[in-house]
Design a protein around this ligand. Structure first.
Ligand code: PLP
Length: 449
């Protein structure tokens, strides 16, 4: 298709003036988005694409939700910004905190607001350290994160991120962030003898000394690292380990939260109650920049007993407009029974993946919980033989789908894997999932490495 003058102009301006996050510098944008409706987005040439990954796993209620824009406008017309520092507060921040407490697992009754996931994780680390200081255990300052975990890019969250690519740039290692070596490999055929993750965490705790460990951080269902569900008993065992050694359990629900996994929060599937829970993304379905850390009563009580100022917070902590959008987002999720809808759609997605697995020898390792899923491309999935890593078949497959107007995302490329992530907006319908599956079916049928 011929590009419009507008598209060409925007592409040129983009490459001249816009430095993008996590992308190859100096490249023309692949697409300039202009509008969206439900699971569909349009570019500046009016071409429509299915958003199979909810942009960055965050547009949970889909594109073009009028209610969220209306909530934003109503709040901005009243008061767009108000400080949350020095004793000031605002109604949307207060009401959202109450709503988050109603949704969160038992005991997590208090919200600390941020502007996104990285800030939420940094905040969780600081709150954990503050807690241990107040408990007269200031040595407890280290954190353990797990292999292929993604926790953001600020310098602390970026160090907790274990995906290697994020450490190549600018040396983001800060001290006291420890990396457990084991991986969530439940889904990987033939790789069941991996070192037990729990033993890996125990080993670090014992080597470093439990009196130096403040917390562990884990995505209950791993997202960007490859979409891995925790093996049976995995998170409970980690919770036990934390209890045994007096260590805080930080659940990073930045992707998992707000219905994505077929529950309000993924920890519900595993009967685990974290001490701190990081949120962002789906908290506003991407309509406003907001994150939060849910704080357990046991931590809040200790922090509230301290004297003086807890000097942590962002100008935009508790931003009224963002919080108003957050409230409306959760109300719409309730009104439209999004969590049970996702449970229904999980079945449709699983049927689609089973159909593809039966039909295509290059298709393997499908997994999906709620609407966070993935599959992998193999040279031969039965034997587990992968294509040569240099071929980057994951990226190629995503490109093949893009040509068929379906946006997906390849993961695991650095490990020589071709993991294709599926995470459409939660409002997706059965016919829309079937359409996604039929596009993938066609791309698989015609795939040439
Ligand atoms: N934690 C997880 C699990 C994420 O997936 C992400 C972003 O993808 C982050 C944290 C960082 O969030 P943000 O990009 O809003 O800083």
């Amino acid at each position: 298709p011929v590009k419009s003058k507008l598209t060409e102009q925007l592409e040129q301006l983009d490459v001249q003036h816009y430095m993008h996050p996590t992308s190859v510098p100096g490249q023309l944008p692949k697409m300039v988005f202009e509008s969206g409706d439900g699971i569909n987005v349009k570019n500046t040439d009016g071409e429509s694409y299915i958003d199979g990954i909810s942009m960055l796993w965050n547009v949970n209620l889909g594109h073009g939700q009028k209610g969220l824009g209306e909530a934003a406008k109503a709040q901005m017309d009243k008061i767009a910004f108000s400080s949350s520092f020095a004793g000031y507060s605002n109604e949307p921040a207060i009401r959202l905190a109450k709503k988050l407490a109603d949704w969160a697992p038992e005991g997590l009754n208090t919200a600390f607001y941020t502007s996104g996931g990285s800030e939420s994780n940094d905040t969780a680390f600081k709150l954990a350290r503050f807690y241990w200081q107040l408990k007269n255990q200031p040595k407890k300052s280290k954190f353990i994160s797990f292999k292929n975990g993604y926790h953001g890019v600020t310098i602390a969250a970026g160090t907790a991120t274990t995906l290697a690519g994020f450490h190549r740039f600018a040396g983001t290692h800060i001290p006291d962030m420890l990396h457990a070596t084991a991986h969530l490999t439940e889904c990987e055929k033939g790789d069941r003898n991996h070192p037990d993750f729990k033993e890996s965490a125990r080993h670090i705790i014992e080597t470093e000394g439990a009196d130096s460990i403040a917390g562990i951080i884990i995505e209950p269902i791993q997202g960007s690292g490859g979409v891995y569900m925790p093996p049976e008993g995995y998170l409970q065992a980690l919770r036990d380990l934390c209890d045994e050694f007096d260590i805080l359990f930080i659940a990073d629900e930045v992707i998992n939260g707000f219905g994505r996994t077929g529950a309000k929060f993924a920890v519900e599937h595993y009967d685990v109650i974290p001490d701190l829970m990081s949120l962002a993304k789906g908290i506003t379905s991407g309509y406003a920049q907001l994150g939060a850390v849910m704080v357990h009563d046991k931590i809040k009580e200790v922090i509230n007993s301290s004297e003086g100022v807890m000097a942590h917070g962002f100008t935009y902590s508790g931003h009224p407009m963002a919080c108003a959008v957050g409230i409306r987002n959760m109300e719409i999720m309730e009104e439209e029974n999004i969590v049970s809808h996702v449970q229904e759609m999980e079945k449709v997605m699983n049927e689609g993946l089973a159909y593809l697995e039966d039909k295509h020898t290059i298709f393997g390792l499908p997994r999906n919980k709620g609407l966070i899923g993935a599959f992998e491309i193999f040279e031969d999935s039965a034997s587990g033989k992968r294509f040569d890593a240099d071929k980057k078949v994951g990226l190629q497959f995503v490109e093949d789908c893009f040509k068929r107007n379906l946006i997906l995302r390849a993961l695991g490329t650095a490990d020589g894997k071709a993991i294709i992530a599926l995470a459409p907006p939660l409002v997706i319908t059965k016919p829309e999932i079937e359409k996604m599956i039929s596009i993938i079916d066609d791309a698989l049928t015609n795939f040439k490495a």
